[in-house]
Design a protein around this ligand. Structure first.
Ligand SMILES: NC(=O)c1ccc[n+]([C@@H]2O[C@H](COP(=O)([O-])OP(=O)(O)OC[C@H]3O[C@@H](n4cnc5c(N)ncnc54)[C@H](O)[C@@H]3O)[C@@H](O)[C@H]2O)c1
Length: 317
């Protein structure tokens, strides 16, 4: 049976740290009126659904419940957070085999129910799993969005806002490439409401550009390791990132976010997914937008692509 899409319905698959924080954030966002939670452990999904529902009277009317795959057929967005997370000292790429196996059990279940909405991939390694989700689902690529470096970009803007004493929303900057150790801070195109980064730094009394930017980029890249060593997992920042992507889809915003998707020769990169700025609206990824990169950044982007390709080639997809 083909159900029509309910544009105000979301589904979250995987109700661990990330799935639960995401569901809690979405409940408060009032973007949706219905949300179904799925987990291999049904009781975990049921417990989270009940707990989060108790916030509804403070947010806005919404139905939240635990369910199965038949319950997500009419959702407009299915958010997949299922899978193992990083343990201390583990990289995101270390998770690949465990999580690809989990995706092989999840994505075909969604595809065979003729799901017509947006599939939002969050589990790590997110670039590999976005690629896997496209291959395993057969969905048009624009409907499969990897959360990519949306979170890393938020971390970068937050760090820059502290450094510069300016609202992070006035900062235009992207982390691109892999959501992981080879990610790149695209400094050469960074600006603060149109003012080039270095000029703004000098206006704020900072003159050690290279050293400061290197430190900020390193801290952003290592922030997940730092948080995981202290509290097991990261989840609030990614929950807000997922909410931001959902806003773009539900409101057809056509905002530009660095989401992960399969590249087709842009920047000389093909047949792997990684993050580059793209316009996001009701139908998913509308188009990539060009970002100007200097030679060093372009070289780092190709190295990032190489890292992902090496892993992707080992997988049987
Ligand atoms: N993209 C990002 O920016 C970002 C940020 C943080 C975490 N993550 C990733 O999100 C994922 C989840 O992290 P977490 O901390 O919530 O982990 P977690 O271990 O707390 O939760 C994972 C959940 O997935 C469930 N699950 C496992 N297999 C399943 C299946 N086949 N079907 C349904 N549910 C299944 C588990 O029961 C568990 O509840 C990890 O891969 C983590 O690395 C991504």
């Amino acid at each position: 049976m083909i159900k029509t899409i309910n544009p105000r319905k979301a589904a979250v698959i995987g109700c661990g740290f990330v799935g639960a924080a995401t569901a809690f954030t979405l409940m408060q966002s009032r973007l949706f009126t219905e949300m179904v939670l799925l987990d291999a452990n049904y009781d975990k999904a049921d417990g989270e659904a009940k707990d989060i529902s108790h916030g509804v009277p403070f947010a806005g009317q919404m139905k939240i419940y635990a369910g199965g795959y038949d319950d997500l057929m009419d959702a407009s967005i299915v958010i997949v957070t299922a899978g193992a997370n990083q343990k201390p000292n583990e990289t995101r790429l270390d998770l690949v085999h465990k999580n690809v196996a989990i995706y092989k059990s999840i994505i075909p279940e969604i595809a065979k129910r003729n799901f017509k909405g947006i599939l939002l991939i969050v589990s790590n390694p997110v670039d590999i799993l976005t690629y896997a989700a496209v291959k395993l689902s057969g969905f048009p690529e624009k409907r499969v969005i990897g959360s990519g470096t949306v979170l890393d970009t938020a971390r970068l803007k937050y760090a820059l806002s502290k450094h510069l004493g300016v609202d992070s929303r006035s900062i235009h900057s992207f982390i691109i490439g892999e959501h992981g150790d080879s990610e790149i801070a695209a400094w050469s195109s960074t600006n603060i409401s149109g003012i080039p980064l270095n000029d703004f730094c000098e206006m704020r009394g900072h003159f050690n550009h290279e050293e400061a930017m290197r430190e900020i980029a390193e801290d952003v890249k290592n922030s997940a390791y730092d948080i995981i060593s202290k509290k097991q997992a990261t989840y609030y920042g990614i929950a807000m990132s997922v909410k931001r992507i959902c806003e773009c889809v539900v409101r057809d915003e056509k905002s530009i976010l660095p989401v992960s998707s399969i590249m087709h020769g842009n920047y000389g990169i093909k047949e792997i997914a990684l993050s580059m700025p793209a316009i996001i609206g009701a139908d998913g990824i509308e188009t990539h937008v060009p970002i100007s990169l200097n030679e060093k950044e372009m070289e780092k982007l190709h190295n990032s692509a190489k890292t992902i390709r090496k892993i992707a080639e080992e997988l049987d997809l």
